[in-house]
Design a protein around this ligand. Structure first.
Ligand code: PMP
Length: 360
């Protein structure tokens, strides 16, 4: 890895004088919700075509001043990541496979013509923020500090070309148990009218535009009494949900997940598949058509379907609904058992055989 020999950045730290006091913070951590409350500080690193990565800072959390002509506001040149910090019983704070998120941010950057932040700087940015805001990592069951790294084009220029001035930021938001009433199977809406990505498009990148494009189909899902949307490709192969990957469990124990150049390669999915392999399951990443899904459920060949991602970890899919049909999905034990194994590793309750945890 060419990144690993870089000298660490020297962050200038400006403390937030209006930081929440311990009582205010504890009140938020008692009931954090998701993505609504933010810690006292944020990280910011500048990039320019002439100066490279420079001016690394930890500063008070607050508004970012942007020129109205900043390219991101016009052409959406933006990428982001999502990763969590977990508090272990001994008080230490760990994150999960940050090298994978760092690499994925680099792949997204390449597709969006943004500069690639070295993975080493990415991981350092997580450490710098936890160094000042570590007390924001909650310790309750299934709680975590959700870390949101992002990067966007800051240059004030209305020409359509890669920006020559970019900012990388990191903010953090305490997160409670995603499912307050325990993990319940979700109902999925099959989007027939809208696609999330196309061949050669940006589907594999974690870029804002993909999520903007998913909002209208997501409201269609709500109107039809569903929780989430599943997207197909132009050949009616299954892609993914708006923010989670899909996994199918077959009767013979084989686990299948869609392989496609236009989906986001989830780190939760990769980890779950590894844990399944460790248990002796056969694992396949390949095309899965909607027909195979529907036929498999009808014949009993498919015994479980679930979605996975950082925010909600693993969620069983209870039904697939479209304008034409509702297919009830079989519910099994594997999704929840893999979920438990993964979260046990993340929270330090079980041996981390793969060396996935990184102490912050
Ligand atoms: N697909 C999409 C579109 C997503 O936004 C996410 C969340 N990052 C995932 C899949 C799952 O990825 P991960 O397991 O790395 O969170």
């Amino acid at each position: 890895d060419p990144d690993t020999d870089l000298a660490p950045l020297e962050f200038a730290v400006t403390r937030n004088l209006a930081a929440k006091n311990a009582a205010e913070r504890e009140e938020i951590l008692a009931n954090p919700g998701f993505g609504q409350k933010f810690t006292d500080h944020m990280v910011d690193i500048c990039w320019s075509i002439r100066g490279g990565w420079h001016r690394p800072r930890v500063q008070p959390y607050g508004p970012i001043a942007l020129d109205p002509a900043a390219a991101v506001l016009h052409y959406g040149q933006e990428i982001f990541e999502g990763i969590k910090a977990y508090r272990h019983a001994d008080g230490s704070v760990h994150t999960f496979r940050p090298d994978q998120n760092g690499r994925r941010l680099q792949r997204s950057a390449r597709r969006l013509a943004l500069p690639e932040l070295p993975v080493q700087y990415f991981i350092q940015s997580l450490r710098e923020l936890i160094a000042v805001d570590g007390s924001w990592v909650p310790s309750g069951d299934d709680q975590s500090l959700y870390l949101r790294p992002f990067m966007f084009a800051k240059e004030a220029f209305l020409g359509v070309r890669p920006a020559q001035k970019v900012g990388y930021y990191l903010i953090a938001s305490p997160a409670g148990a995603y499912f307050s009433g325990g993990v319940k199977p979700v109902t999925i809406w099959l989007s027939e009218d809208y696609a999330r990505a196309g061949k050669g498009g940006t589907g594999a990148a974690k870029t804002g535009g993909n999520y903007a494009a998913s909002l209208l189909p997501q409201s269609e899902a709500y109107e039809n009494g569903c929780d989430q949307v599943v997207f197909l490709d132009a050949d009616r192969n299954v892609e993914e949900l708006g923010g989670m990957n899909v996994v199918f469990v077959y009767k013979d124990g084989t686990i299948v997940t869609p392989q496609s150049p236009s989906i986001l390669e989830g780190i939760t999915r990769d980890s779950i598949l590894q844990l399944a392999k460790d248990r002796g399951h056969k694992v396949e990443a390949r095309e899965v058509s909607l027909q195979e899904w529907r036929d498999g459920v009808a014949s009993g060949d498919i015994v479980e379907v679930f979605a996975c991602g950082t925010a909600a970890v693993v969620t069983p899919i209870g039904a697939l609904k479209s304008a034409e049909f509702i297919d009830e999905q079989p519910i099994g034990e594997l999704a929840l058992s893999l979920r438990e194994e993964l979260t046990d590793i993340q929270y330090g309750r079980r041996e981390d055989k793969h060396g996935w945890l990184v102490r912050l």
